[in-house]
Design a protein around this ligand. Structure first.
Ligand SMILES: O=c1ccn([C@@H]2O[C@H](COP(=O)(O)O)[C@@H](O)[C@H]2O)c(=O)[nH]1
Length: 277
């Protein structure tokens, strides 16, 4: 478990707010890893070893594990257990369902005794409302990360619809703020939406924002920081493919480290510029 204060402290100490996405596509990981009993776990393990001083969070996306059935689930459990305890562990599962079903999802990802996994945080979709999200909040100290404005092109289909509380993504934030405070709730906002960060900060001045979309999706780290950074940083910026697939040779972990280092150095500059460190 990682509290808001511990997260902020780690950001200041390591001079980074990088979240590394562990999205291992079995087709893309280096061929030489196939000799290991679990190539996916071996891949993740080496990425983690090479980058853990450069980031504050890791985010395995459940799809990349669930798509491989039982083997994938075992890779996910082993990866969860290998994550450094000082880093925030986020399962990007984007779940959302009625209350008793959400109870089961919460147990699957939060209750280590029951499932083998005790992630610190989970991404959830907000559209089924309060009763679909509160089951996760019953787990003291765990984080719920609610999809607000996603990085996808399709975000335009629903998230910008006008409501009496502003755009739908703004209405989502205002409502979710009534469920728990900035010590338990974060929001997903895509880096490709940097022009919306100012309006998002009006409704979520203190919440951490999980920001995917830099690197492979083309979002600008500089713009995200310009419009989204708070006095406590308030940002976890994710990169997955840009780091983990920097090379598909035997040097993949070193290549991942140098991509992560580039982001860390830019982040350090932004933290200094904003007076966070
Ligand atoms: O709005 C969203 C929400 C989640 N994601 C996820 O983040 C990573 C991004 O990966 P990259 O390789 O750095 O593009 C991936 O797991 C997505 O499912 C997102 O991109 N946008």
């Amino acid at each position: 478990m990682l509290s808001r204060l511990q997260l902020i402290d780690q950001i200041k100490r390591k001079k980074t707010f990088l979240c590394i996405g562990l999205d291992p596509d079995i087709q893309k990981i280096p061929a030489f890893l196939q000799q290991y009993a679990d190539p996916v776990f071996e891949f993740n393990k080496r990425i983690i070893d090479a980058t853990k001083d450069l980031c504050v969070a890791y985010k395995p996306n459940a799809a990349f594990y669930e798509s491989r059935g039982i083997k994938g689930l075992q890779s996910l459990i082993d990866t969860y257990k290998y994550l450094p305890k000082e880093c925030l562990s986020i399962i990007d599962a984007k779940r959302g369902d009625i209350g008793n079903t959400s109870d089961q999802y919460a147990q699957a990802f939060f209750n280590e005794e029951a499932s083998g996994m005790g992630f610190d945080a989970i991404t959830v979709t907000p559209y089924m409302g309060n009763d679909s999200v509160t089951p996760y909040l019953k787990y003291e100290g765990k984080w719920v990360i609610i999809l607000a404005l996603t990085s996808s092109a399709g975000s335009k289909d629903f998230q910008y619809l006008t409501t009496e509380h502003g755009h739908l993504y703004e209405a989502v934030i205002q409502k979710a703020n009534t469920w728990a405070g900035a010590d338990r709730i974060m929001y997903v906002v895509g880096a490709t939406k940097s022009e919306e960060f100012t309006s998002i900060r009006k409704f979520a001045p203190d919440n951490f924002l999980l920001v995917p979309g830099v690197g492979a999706q083309g979002g600008s780290l500089e713009d995200v920081c310009k419009y989204g950074m708070t006095k406590d940083c308030g940002l976890l910026v994710n990169s997955s493919r840009g780091i983990i697939y920097a090379s598909n040779g035997e040097d993949f972990a070193d290549a991942a480290r140098s991509e992560a280092q580039k982001l860390q150095l830019q982040m350090q500059e932004e933290l200094e510029k904003a007076g966070v460190i």
